[in-house]
Design a protein around this ligand. Structure first.
Ligand code: SAH
Length: 350
């Protein structure tokens, strides 16, 4: 790279040398902003694969879930399809096609910061409108929202138990790459009561960015109607553990090396998201296992129908179904949670 365009590693190294260690959240935010802005990371040629890239059935069932709610809510004409972090636009295309078969043709509003991925999305959903964040989403009409593997990419703070209190984990410089260590002491009130006595070395992650987005989403749903389907890997209850991980070329990598060149994620704390959403008046359904949700939504029937119309693809369809549903694949690691405001029907699948 030219000297005018330093890498993220060079930029963060200079920042830490001049101002001291930075938070894990800042490290993750800067690394992922660059990472997503400069590439399409999905698929066999990229760094990782997601459920909608494995099979069209995933996006179709998400679309049918939304369409079912919309039908039972009395088919409001002003409904919009909203997706957070739509990747290549595959899920959106599959969901919108499935919705069309149910008589629903909503305008698409895509929340995406990456210019590279916006271009990929425009090929799949040419008529979509794009947003940097939720603040510019239309304020009238119900919002039918999907977010798959969006929240796991948002920055987490890490707090570490030291024996003499909880400290913010900060990122400093090592001989090669970066290193995380205990920084300033944080008040105990930042730690859920049942976790305060954790053994020294225990790590608690919080994601203020995710909580803020879910709160805004729930506020909009309460005001405008609609529903949101959040799918991600993570845990149902707030717990301890350092879950920050890096993936490059479909393998695990060191998160403290090459920031901005590998995908950084952390497990989603569904309890924290649910609490934030409830505080804005929506009801929570799940989280449940992705495998169970897909089976309840009819993935087996859909697989059979697809196989019937393309018998030579039967094996491929069965393998894809298994990857999405089987407990030793994505079926139990990934969770599905729904947000539904007052006045909207009970959702299917939970
Ligand atoms: N949902 C897609 C892609 C998941 S990858 C799929 O399932 O295949 C994460 C997505 O979130 C990418 O599209 C990425 O560019 C986007 N993203 C990450 N951080 C974001 C942010 N802060 N605001 C908006 N989009 C973001």
């Amino acid at each position: 790279m030219s000297p005018e365009a330093p890498t993220v590693a060079e930029r963060l190294e200079r920042l830490i040398r001049t101002t001291g260690p930075i938070s894990v959240a800042q490290y993750m935010a800067e690394a992922n902003a660059h990472y997503y802005a400069t590439r399409d990371p999905l698929g066999a040629e990229g760094d990782f694969t997601t459920a909608p890239e494995i099979s069209q059935m995933f996006g179709e069932l998400a679309g049918l879930w939304l369409a079912d709610l919309w039908l039972r809510a009395g088919r409001p004409a002003t409904a919009r399809y909203v997706e957070l972090g739509p990747g290549r636009g595959t899920l959106a295309a599959d969901a919108l096609r499935a919705m069309r078969s149910a008589g629903l043709q909503p305008p698409a509003e895509l929340v995406e910061t990456s210019p590279v991925l916006r271009r990929a999305q425009a090929e799949q959903v040419p008529a979509a409108r794009w947003h940097d964040d939720l603040s510019t989403l239309p304020e009238n009409g119900p919002l039918l929202v999907v977010a798959n593997e969006f929240f796991d990419a948002l920055p987490v703070r890490q707090l570490v138990a030291t024996g003499t209190g909880w400290c913010e984990r900060m990122v400093g410089l090592a001989d090669h790459g970066f290193v995380a260590g205990a920084g300033p002491v944080r008040p105990e009130s930042a730690i859920p009561e049942r976790l305060r006595q954790a053994a020294p070395g225990s790590v608690l992650e919080t994601s203020p960015a995710s909580v803020a987005i879910v709160r805004e989403l729930a506020r909009r749903l309460s005001a405008q109607g609609g529903a949101a389907l959040i799918i991600d890997y993570g845990h149902e209850r707030t717990g301890l553990g350092d879950t920050l991980q890096a993936v490059e070329r479909h393998g695990f990598a060191d998160p403290w090396m090459r920031p901005g060149e590998r995908d950084l994620t952390a497990h989603v704390d569904f309890e924290a998201l649910a609490e934030a959403a409830r505080s804005e008046g929506v009801s929570i359904h799940g989280p449940g296992n992705q495998g169970d949700w897909l089976e309840t939504m009819g993935i087996n029937l859909r697989a059979a129908t697809l196989t019937k119309s393309a018998p030579d693809k039967g094996r491929e369809i069965a393998v894809a179904r298994n990857r999405l549903v089987a407990p030793d694949q994505m079926g139990t690691l990934f969770k599905v949670m729904a947000l539904v405001p007052p006045g909207w029907p009970e959702p299917e699948g939970f």
